[in-house]
Structures are given as structure tokens and as C-alpha cells.
Design a protein around this ligand. Sequence first.
Ligand code: C2O
Length: 559
Amino acid sequence: MAASSSLRALILVFFLLPLLAEGITRHYKFNVAEKKFTRLCSTKSIATVNGQFPGPTLYAREGDTVLVKVVNHVHYNVTIHWHGVRQLRTGWADGPAYITQCPIQPGQNYVYNFTLTGQRGTLWWHAHISWLRATVHGAIVVLPKSNVPYPFPAPHKEVVLVLAEWWKSDTEAVINEALNSGLAPNVSDAHTINGHAGPLSGCSSSARDGFTLQVDKGKRYLLRIINAALNEDLFFKVAGHQLTVVEVDAAYTKPFTTDTLLLTPGQTTNVLLTARQGAGRYIVTASPFMDSPLVAVDNRTATATVQYANSVSTSAITTTKPPPQNATPVASSFTDSLRSLNSQQYPAKVPATVDHSLLFTVGLGVNPCATCANGSRVVADINNVSFVMPTTALLQAHYFNASGVFTDDFPGQPPIAFNYTGSGPRNLQTMSGTRLYRVPYNASVQLVLQDTGIIGPENHPIHLHGYNFFVVGRGVGNYDPKSSPSNFNLVDPIERNTIGVPSGGWTAIRFRADNPGVWFLHCHFEVHTTWGLKMAFVVDDGEGPNQSLLPPPNDLPSC
Ligand code: C2O
């Protein structure tokens, strides 16, 4: 008894007290290093942070400054991105390779230094170079300032659930092979929940491995769910339980209750789960959503277990049926239910007027390729521009006014208007270029993201760095500048940093360009980013004292 109460006191001193403080500086060290893991009955060496898969959770409070020293012990170049952290004036710490920084080379290190301003909730970090994020990723939990409660009933306990994909082979080899052949890369061999595929037929060891969430009857749990998968949208369900959504992408929502969540890669969702069942074991599922019949996905369902305290691991498990892979209505009904909380304390500051009105087509295309398997290669583009990564970082080129690295003539409208969502091939060879779109400080931007059906319609999870945006509208078919805006929600649209553009449809977002720097916009399907579905905004400094990009840190890596 005495031992356990003094242990509790120690836990309080070392773990809870620092969390009660705020506006403090938190130091983390991330060693990027190889480690062997056994999954799906086979062992392979993967790149990890601190030997963990998923990597360590970074805890902080709103207002804290976070310093993460990243040391590169692997033989790849590495960068880390703090997905959803706004990085106000600190673009140097954002992380996408060749956009805001040159990579950290093997044997080198870099300290990411940023402050969590005006944000609280679940975000995540991941490698932002090649396909390393497959295994180099983890959660960021930003707690509210001390004495500031959640705008929802306090949970008994909080649990991080990281959804991901697992390949039996090396993911760097998977994408390199695809780039050489010009064809689509192999799909993953399993989905995972907190690093485990769960009970899978044909591989008994993973049944023992599955993640288990222990619950007490009647208590309330906050699940912080992250889709860290490379290439797949995921449905999420817990058998026998309803989930109440309270936050997405570190922005509070109007609570709504559902039995199925949808998360695109890059998105996070916080839900409350009340342990309403008295006893037993209940399956948790993460399964793919893909409503384009042309696109192959890994159709395996990852599983985990919710286990009541009075049950044993051998008792029968209550199962649930994941939605069908092509369940567009389930996906749409989830997306359409999301609203910003828009309370007095957390207002939705939707730009009411628009300074820059942009229409970006997003999709795939085919370009000739003499050395490829079919004489052609799959490419991806925005407004017919397939983005070419520079060999030095864009943010440095911008800050130091270096010429010849990028141009700022990215087209704000599609170069040719056509029936975007119509099917069938077109004679539209994509251009390549390192072209950016320039925005003055504090301009309001409306960006309509229009899917194309050049190869076939497909949904695209588009992520914007440096900002949250409001999702003011969404529709099927082609966006109509005359009629579509009449249905926009400018009152309580969902605020987030990653949005799925529906298959054969469009999504309209708005944001205020109040963060100077160079900010990446890309599809969070890693394969589409690799193929060129990416661009960047360059946001100029303002005139005011706190409206300019800070100078680069001394240890910023060089290329
Ligand atoms: Cu989570 Cu640029 O990515």
C-alpha cells in the first residue's frame, strides 16, 4: 500500500505537474533509427523514432514552446513535419523537405522550435520526405491551457489510437519500383491500430499482438484517433458502442453521435466513447474506404479490442461489420455531419469576403515515358502542373530572394476548362514546374478543389500547411461558380487542415493568409504527392511588427 501511494506521488511529480504548467518550454529528443519489428509473421527493419512504432506521443499545452532535437541515425535523408501545427512565423520548423528546409542528412541533427499558439487537440507528426512517414510518425496531444476545461464532458481517461499501414517489404523500395515502372505502387499488406494488425487469419502471432483498450463499466473515454496511413481513407468502428465526435484536426466540433467515423490520411478525430455495455469484449475496426473501382486498395481490416475490466482475454468477442469499401453514402453522411463548435469561446472566424478566388483541379494523368513498362507513366497534378521538387528549400529561396528556384506564376484557374469529372482519357499532357501562388499578407483566399476524371474520378485528401481552413461547401460533379456558392455555409463550417475532395466532385475552402512563409498544399495520399499532386503558396510578410517570417535558425540544414 505504502509503496503504491508513494509511486503515485512520484508519477504526480514527474508526469502531471509539468503538464499543469503552461507557456513553458518542452524538450524532446527524437532519434531516427532503424529497428526490427515482427508483424504478419515476418520480421523487417524499419525507420523509427526512438525505436517505437508508432513513435512517441508528444504532449504539450496550448501556449507552450516545443523544442524537438531530431538526430538522424538512418542512411536516408530525414525531415519531420508537425502536421496541423500552425507554425506562426516559424515556417523553418514546419518540416516538408525542399519546401521549408533542406533535409537532415545521415549523422546530422536539427532542432525544431515552435510555439503552440491558439490550438489545442490532437495533431500528429510524421517524416516528410519520400515514403518514410510509413513508419516514422506519432501523435501530438495539445492539452488546453490549465484551468480551461474541454467544451464537452470530462473523460475518465484519454487514449491515442494511431491507424496506419504495414508493408512486408521496404516502403522505400516499393515507391522506387513504382517510379521506375511508371505504374501504381503495391498496396500495403495490412492496416494497423497502434502498430498492430490485430487478429488476422493465417497468422496467429498477430492475434496476441492486437491493441487492447481496457474500460470500466459506465466510464467515459476520449479516443484521439489519427489516420497515419500512406494511401488510404479509413472507416473506424467500435462494436456495440456509439462514438460522439467532439474535435477534428485540433478544432472543436458540435458534438454528434455516430457508429462510423471516416478519416482520410492526415486527419485526426477525437471522440467520446461511453462504456455502456456491462461486460465483454468488443472489436474495433479500421477498414478502407475507396469509391473508385479503378483504384486498388489493401482491403484488410485492422482490429483492436475494447475489453471491460470484468472480462478476460479469452471471453467471446462481439464483432461488427465494417462498411463496404465503396460505401460513399456512409462517408458523405459523416463528412456532412461535421460542424464547427462556433461557441463564444471558440468562434468560427470564417472569412466573409474573398480576395483571391481560386479553382484548382486535382487529379491524375498519363504522360509518355520511354523507359516505363507501358511506355507511359502515371502522373498527378494541380491545374495541369505536376510539381517538381527543387534541390534547395523554397522557404530559403523566398527569404533570401534567391532567383531561379521557383516562379510565382502558379495558375489560379485551370488552364483549359473542360468537363472535369467526365470519364475517359483526354489529350492533356501535364506540364511540370516549380510554380508557387503568391498571396499578400492577410488576404482571404477561397480555394475550390475540383476532382478530375482524366484516368477516373477518385477522392483526394488535400492538406494545407501553416493554416486551418473552413470547409464552406462540397458537391458532386463540376463546381459552378454561379450556383454552387449559394449553398455555402459561412456560419459554422468545419475547420480543419486536411479535407477529402469527393470522388468526381469538389470541395470549397476558405482561409485568411495571416501566416507569412512558404506553405505546402498537397494530396495526403503519399503516392499522389510523389506523382506531383502538390504546390505551394508563398505568403508575403505584412507591415506590422509581428507579421513577418522570423529569421532562420542557425542549425537549419543545408542541401
Ligand atoms: Cu501531413 Cu505535408 O503533411
